[in-house]
Write a protein that binds this ligand. Structure first.
Ligand SMILES: *[C@@H]1O[C@H](CO)[C@@H](O)[C@H](O)[C@H]1NC(C)=O
Ligand SMILES: *[C@@H]1O[C@H](CO)[C@@H](O)[C@H](O)[C@H]1NC(C)=O
Ligand SMILES: *[C@@H]1O[C@H](CO)[C@@H](O)[C@H](O)[C@H]1NC(C)=O
Ligand SMILES: *[C@@H]1O[C@H](CO)[C@@H](O)[C@H](O)[C@H]1NC(C)=O
Ligand SMILES: *[C@@H]1O[C@H](CO)[C@@H](O)[C@H](O)[C@H]1NC(C)=O
Ligand SMILES: *[C@@H]1O[C@H](CO)[C@@H](O)[C@H](O)[C@H]1NC(C)=O
Ligand SMILES: *[C@@H]1O[C@H](CO)[C@@H](O)[C@H](O)[C@H]1NC(C)=O
Ligand SMILES: *[C@@H]1O[C@H](CO)[C@@H](O)[C@H](O)[C@H]1NC(C)=O
Ligand SMILES: *[C@@H]1O[C@H](CO)[C@@H](O)[C@H](O)[C@H]1NC(C)=O
Ligand SMILES: *[C@@H]1O[C@H](CO)[C@@H](O)[C@H](O)[C@H]1NC(C)=O
Ligand SMILES: *[C@@H]1O[C@H](CO)[C@@H](O)[C@H](O)[C@H]1NC(C)=O
Ligand SMILES: *[C@@H]1O[C@H](CO)[C@@H](O)[C@H](O)[C@H]1NC(C)=O
Length: 821
């Protein structure tokens, strides 16, 4: 009896607790419904499930509950393109620990009620259009570890309470890219941010000095105060306390060095014990003094030092050569003098070296030829004399060589003709004499720019210039060259109209004719036999990969075109479908910077695709197949191409290895066989900075292609008109200025003469935005955080499905990134 009563009691207790929790959940449900009512647009149908009374609130999109305690823990609606206000009603979700509304279009103010989420650990409202001030009530969130309000339109001062209200657990503070003003409010001794690891306040209007109290945050790893109006001496006493510091960005402020802006030594000395320091950026501060030799005692983990645009004088200390892991050194726009220490050339990992606009004199050390990763060397605007060293020819990755506005003499070394990676060569405004060596003029890899103007060059214009069929501008003016232009120069088909006037060589008519001719080019038909010959009888030595769908061989056609022959197993049933689909790509894709499929070879028992192994992709005029294609077809094509590339990356060249590992291991992917080594503008930024062709580079090129297709902008147009990459150009429109791009794409890709039905228009807009986002993600600067081709193919496939079933929700998950996009 007693026993039964006890059980009954327990059951009763259980139900009471349950009922209370249910009441709480009902309450939370009501708050969420209120929150939803202040959202005016939900183009991705993120909140569709919220409208259904059948679905339990814990199963609503973006909602996570603690199932045991029936508590509401997390609301994550990031990247859903939501428009509207953040309703204060949310604040009654008192058990919430994570609130993430980042990457949407929320506007209005941050509700002060947010201060009542007493259990909140993570708050992210970044990348919205939020206005007004940062509510001081955030100071009540004592559990908060992660606070990100970056990239909004917040104004006013940073409330003291955030940093100084009791013991703070904050590890991550990001208020960057707003319009916050006033000082960094860490005034008194109670402001303990002992756990702080990240402090990101860049791009605001903050003034005053870096507060001394920050020195108590000794766990700091990442300080970014770039682009503010901060002043005072460089914070030596603060960074001295930071053994874990990895990234220190103080550039574009008004800091000064010690002792009346004359002494940099104390600051560098203070950094000596930060043994994990990787990047140090002090550019644009008007810092005075000599570069102290103690710079050579900084951590060898340093990969980047930027001191561009300061007032540094004196010599470059040779001790800098101790920092053997440096990949970027920028000392441009200072008053540095003396000669370039040849010890600098011991920095064997250096990829970019900027010393331009200083007062450096003496010779260019020939030891530059030892820096095998060097991709960019800018020595322009100095007083360098002597000749151009022969040793540049040894540099296997050199892409940009800028030596203009010096006093260099001698001749152009013929060995420069061996720099097959060179894209830009500018030796203008020197005292170079002699003739233009045919070897240099014949640098067929030169893709962008050749400027030899204002020198003492003589003799004929070499006909080899005609081999530079990808160059965008050649300037030979202000020399003493003979005036006849070799007729062969007419074949410089890629010369940009914009630059023709400046060219010594210009022949618009020939150029036009050539272009017309090119459009008519038909791909050759290729017989099975020719493929047998090209691949040495499909020999094992020409096999570059195999996978479930078939094998890929490399080969050389009769006309010396290097090709990859993808032979599809004809036995598997699905292959026939896959082949047909890839043939569709072949028929519709004419983008020769992408996988330019040369042809197919099909017999009942043998099916193959022939793709070029492009070493020198060529710059073509508008090639994306917009004519007559609508968005559905376009997405289908992109999907096919993405799948083809995913196949080649993940199934074919990698034999047996773990896929996830091998794709990021460029060693398993032969560099010369990069699938998309296309033209300038498509090439990933890491190429020529010590990185070789890689799958991530292909992902980059594919991303550029997506951006190009959607925006109708050629990467080279943007490069020349705005000096930025297509990625940057689109990013500048993202997300708030996308509308015109979307409208344009909608017009361009609507079915012929048929306006898009209104019910479709939203879907199409989503798809266009998704394509842009995907393009941006693929073209992120850091190769390691780009998605893989498998991810990309998956995403585009989702878009395809979304387009074909207008009602379905979009399932694309964004790859989380550090860089944002
Ligand atoms: C929810 O349903 C109402 C009424 O059907 C509708 O007006 C509203 O747009 C829907 N909200 C969402 C987010 O789907
Ligand atoms: C500081 O914290 C206390 C309690 O933890 C809270 O009552 C107070 O409102 C907070 N102050 C501000 C300005 O948020
Ligand atoms: C700053 O934020 C705006 C949106 O508020 C965004 O367009 C811009 O790209 C951001 N800048 C950077 C450098 O992230
Ligand atoms: C650092 O914290 C200690 C106490 O924890 C305090 O006495 C000291 O004043 C703080 N330093 C600064 C610069 O705020
Ligand atoms: C920068 O700081 C110096 C003092 O170090 C001051 O004279 C100068 O006006 C400041 N410049 C700006 C733009 O604030
Ligand atoms: C760096 O650390 C060493 C040993 O830990 C110490 O002797 C030295 O004073 C420190 N230097 C600075 C600038 O703090
Ligand atoms: C230098 O860089 C390599 C990777 O490139 C890294 O393994 C090594 O630890 C670095 N050296 C130091 C001292 O940080
Ligand atoms: C280095 O300095 C140059 C100025 O000569 C500047 O244009 C460039 O953006 C800087 N590059 C980097 C990566 O800091
Ligand atoms: C060269 O440097 C000086 C001094 O920093 C600066 O005034 C000038 O504008 C710079 N020139 C260029 C072209 O950057
Ligand atoms: C350049 O490399 C060569 C051979 O590797 C070596 O003999 C020479 O000392 C190096 N020069 C410098 C300045 O490091
Ligand atoms: C070539 O260099 C000269 C001098 O440095 C410059 O004036 C000219 O604009 C450059 N030519 C082109 C086509 O950029
Ligand atoms: C230009 O070249 C001609 C011969 O090709 C030579 O006679 C003349 O002296 C040269 N002029 C200059 C300024 O070098």
């Amino acid at each position: 009896m007693w026993f039964n009563i006890n059980i009954l009691f327990l059951i009763t207790v259980f139900y009471v607790v349950q009922a209370e929790n249910n009441a709480q959940i009902l309450n939370d449900r009501a708050s969420l419904v209120l929150f939803m009512s202040s959202i005016i647009s939900d183009p991705k149908h993120a909140l569709e499930s919220w409208n259904s009374s059948d679905i339990h609130v814990c199963n609503w999109f973006g909602v996570k509950c603690d199932k045991n305690r029936n508590e509401f823990l997390e609301l994550d609606l990031s990247q859903r393109s939501l428009h509207g206000n953040i309703s204060p009603a949310l604040s009654s979700l008192s058990s919430l620990e994570i609130l993430d509304l980042s990457w949407n279009f929320f506007e209005g103010r941050i509700p002060t009620e947010i201060g009542s989420f007493i259990r909140l650990k993570q708050l992210s409202l970044s990348w919205n259009n939020l206005e007004g001030t940062v509510p001081s009530e955030l100071g009540s969130l004592h559990q908060l570890i992660y606070l990100n309000l970056g990239s909004n339109r917040l104004t006013g001062e940073i409330p003291t309470s955030i940093l100084c209200n009791g013991s703070s657990n904050l590890e991550y503070i990001d208020l960057s890219n707003n319009s916050l003003s006033g000082e960094i409010p860490l005034k008194n001794n109670q402001c303990g941010l002992r756990e702080l690891k990240f402090l990101l306040l860049w791009s605001n209007q903050l003034v005053g000095e870096v507060p001394q109290a920050l020195s108590n945050s000794s766990k700091l790893e990442w300080i970014d105060l770039e682009s503010n109006f901060l002043s005072g001496e460089l914070p030596s006493r603060i960074v001295n306390e930071m053994p874990h510091l990895q990234f220190l960005y103080l550039s574009y402020n008004n800091f000064s060095s010690h002792n009346g802006n004359t002494d940099l030594k104390p600051f560098f000395a203070a950094l000596v014990n930060s043994t994990n320091l990787q990047e140090l950026d002090l550019a644009g501060n008007n810092l005075g003094g000599e570069l102290p030799s103690i710079i050579g005692s900084l951590s060898t983990s340093l990969v980047l030092i930027n001191l561009d645009q300061n007032l540094l004088y004196g010599p470059i200390p040779q001790e800098i050569s101790n920092l053997f892991n440096l990949t970027l050194l920028n000392l441009s726009r200072n008053f540095l003098g003396g000669s370039i220490p040849s010890e600098l050339c011991q920095l064997g990992k250096l990829e970019r070296l900027y010393l331009s606009n200083n007062s450096l004199s003496g010779h260019i050390p020939s030891a530059f030829g030892n820096i095998s990763h060097l991709g960019l060397l800018d020595l322009s605007k100095n007083e360098l004399s002597g000749s151009i060293p022969d040793s540049f020819a040894k540099l296997p990755q050199l892409r940009r060589l800028l030596l203009y506005e010096n006093q260099l003499s001698g001749t152009i070394p013929t060995s420069l003709g061996q720099c097959v990676t060179l894209e830009t060569l500018d030796v203008s405004h020197n005292r170079i004499s002699g003739t233009i060596p045919g070897e240099v003029a014949g640098l067929s890899s030169l893709k962008l720019y050749l400027n030899l103007s204002s020198n003492h060059l003589q003799g004929p214009i070499p006909f080899e210039l005609s081999k530079m069929d990808m160059v965008l501008a050649i300037d030979l003016s202000s020399n003493n060259l003979s005036s006849t232009i070799p007729s062969q120069l007419g074949s410089c088909i890629a010369l940009e109209p914009k630059f023709r006037k400046q060219l010594v060589v210009s022949n618009a008519k020939t150029i036009q004719d050539e272009e017309e001719g090119r459009k008519e080019i038909k791909y050759p038909r290729i017989s099975h036999r020719e493929l047998v010959e090209a691949t040495g009888g499909f020999s094992v030595s020409s096999l570059i990969g195999s996978g479930t769908f078939g094998q890929v061989y490399k080969g050389v056609l009769k006309d010396n075109t290097r090709v990859a022959v993808k032979v599809l197993y004809s036995t598997a049933r699905e292959i026939s479908g896959s082949f047909k689909r890839e043939c569709q790509v072949l028929k519709t894709t004419r983008h020769r910077n992408l996988i330019r499929i040369i042809t197919t070879c099909s017999r009942p028992d043998f099916k193959a695709l022939v793709l070029p192994l492009m070493r020198n992709g060529s710059l073509e005029n508008h090639l994306y197949p917009s004519h007559g294609l609508d968005l559905v077809q376009l997405v289908n094509i992109c999907s096919d191409v993405a799948e083809g590339m995913a196949y080649l990356h993940h199934h074919s060249p990698v034999k047996g290895a773990d896929e996830n590992v091998s794709v990021h291991d460029s060693a398993s992917f032969d560099s010369t066989d990069g699938l998309l080594c296309g033209s300038i503008g498509y090439i990933a930024p890491e190429y020529g900075m010590g990185k070789r062709a890689s799958p991530q580079g292909d992902v980059y090129s594919f991303g550029v292609l997506l951006l190009e297709i959607v925006t109708g902008k050629r990467p080279t147009d943007v490069l020349f008109q705005q000096g930025s990459s297509l990625h940057e150009w689109v990013k500048n429109h993202y997300p708030s200025k996308l509308e015109p791009l979307i409208e344009e794409a909608l017009v361009k890709y609507s079915p012929a003469q048929t306006p898009i039905p209104p019910y479709q228009s939203n879907t199409w807009r989503d798809v266009i935005v998704e394509m842009i986002e995907l393009g941006l993600i693929c073209t992120q600067y850091n190769p390691s955080i780009r998605p893989t081709m498998l991810d990309v193919a998956h995403d585009i496939n989702c878009l395809k499905q979304y387009l074909s079933s207008d009602s379905s929700t979009l399932l694309i998950e964004k790859v989380p990134t550090n860089e944002g996009i």
